[in-house]
Write a protein that binds this ligand. Structure first.
Ligand SMILES: Cc1ncc(COP(=O)(O)O)c(C=O)c1O
Length: 388
């Protein structure tokens, strides 16, 4: 336990909540949680399932009807060729990731992962006895992974290569060229690829390319995905892994020894979410697209802030070097003096040091007010010379 770490977002959230309890008005831009809820047919499906008595222990790997629906959904939306047998349902993406890592990593195995990246990547790796090996998502590369850097960091102990496109916190959608090179490296060095595709539906142009589409990946890539972001179902705790056939038994063994199965009625509601008869997901993404333009435009008016509109996900990743202050100090001033909660970039790894992450999963009016509040307190750093 001593090697694992928490999440910066949750720490900021706790402090923001404390201030709220004292009567302060707080704008929450720290959590990666859509401000949408699932549409009525999904809620109705959950209610019907409960009334039909679907509240029992159910199959370890997940309800077959949901796994069938997921296979069809993935094959349709990502042009894949997976079967229901490859799908393992989990209570959230994080637990899907945790189980996959537990299944794949032996003590001392090295895991290559993006930095900045989701905090769980390094923490879970350490927790299962692995060795985290970060590869940088640098601003000079538009936050794309550098396959040459990855190649240079591969050793005889390398076991897993973690990818996350679109990425948290940078919003980067990996280019075809980068993904092709990553796939080639994985084949060449016999690595497993764990592709966290939780933001796959939230992209602002182009067609999504899953890692599973690349040559040689069918045998060695696992997709981690779920319902938290694309279907605005964070609290339902629903995720899944798509794994090669030879890895599925290990995931089932871990499930059997831990959570047994995912709540049955939520799985039936998830089928309805996937069918999305009302087009809720495209509508949500269209709304995010509008906010993305507006919010990043407004943030760039804050002295010392610099950010480009992300290609995917719903985060603004802002370089604050020109404020002359640390990201921690900027976040402290924003929260304590302006009531705007955001996360210092170092919470996502050392390469995030000079950045702040804002979630734009809040209404356009709220985002506008957040920037107005920040502009007011920015006198604290205005006039500070650029650089440190
Ligand atoms: C990249 C990434 N992976 C996984 C997760 C966890 O998802 P879930 O809420 O389904 O456990 C998140 C949540 O913020 C995330 O950003």
């Amino acid at each position: 336990m001593s090697v694992m770490s928490g999440e910066g977002a949750l720490a900021v959230f706790a402090r923001a909540k404390e201030l709220e309890r004292k009567g302060r008005s707080i704008i929450h831009l720290e959590l990666g949680e859509p401000d949408f809820h699932p549409p009525a047919p999904v809620l109705d499906a959950a209610k019907s399932a409960l009334h039909e008595g679907k509240d029992r222990y159910c199959p370890v790997q997940g309800v077959p009807a949901l796994r069938e629906e997921l296979a069809a959904y993935l094959n349709h939306t990502r042009r894949l060729n997976v079967s229901a047998d490859n799908v393992v349902i989990a209570p959230g993406c994080k637990i899907a990731l945790f189980m996959a890592m537990m299944a794949l990593i032996e003590p001392g195995d090295e895991v290559l992962y993006p930095d900045p990246g989701f905090p769980g990547y390094s923490s879970i790796t350490l927790g299962v006895g692995g060795v985290p090996v970060p590869f940088e998502l640098a601003e000079r590369n538009q936050f794309q992974p550098d396959p040459d850097e990855i190649a240079a960091k591969i050793t005889s102990r390398s076991k897993v290569l973690l990818t996350n496109s679109p990425g948290n916190p940078t919003g980067t959608v990996y280019t075809d060229k980068v993904q092709r090179r990553i796939a080639e490296l994985a084949v060449q060095h016999d690595l497993l690829v764990v592709s966290d595709e939780i933001y796959a539906r939230i992209i602002y142009g182009g067609e999504y390319a899953s890692m599973l589409r690349y040559r040689g990946m069918e045998e060695r890539a696992l997709i981690i995905d779920g319902f938290s972001k694309s279907f605005a179902m964070t609290g339902w705790r629903l995720g899944y892994t798509v794994a090669p056939a030879h890895i599925v038994p290990a995931l089932n063994m871990l499930t059997m020894n831990s959570y047994t199965c995912v709540a049955e009625f939520t799985q039936y509601a998830a089928i309805e979410a996937l069918r999305d008869r009302q087009g809720a997901t495209p509508r949500m993404v269209a709304e995010f697209a509008k906010r993305r333009e507006q919010f990043t435009g407004h943030l760039n008016r804050v002295p010392g802030f610099r950010c480009a509109p992300p290609e995917g996900a719903f985060y603004a990743w802002v370089n604050i070097t020109d404020t002359g202050m640390s990201a921690e100090e900027i976040c402290r001033i924003m929260l304590e003096e302006a009531g705007v909660a955001a996360i210092p970039g170092a919470a996502f790894g050392p390469s995030g040091n000079d950045f702040v992450r804002f979630s734009f999963a809040s209404s356009a009016a709220t985002l506008k007010e957040a920037v107005e509040r920040i502009l007011k307190v920015s006198t604290a750093w205005q006039g500070t010379p650029a650089g440190r």
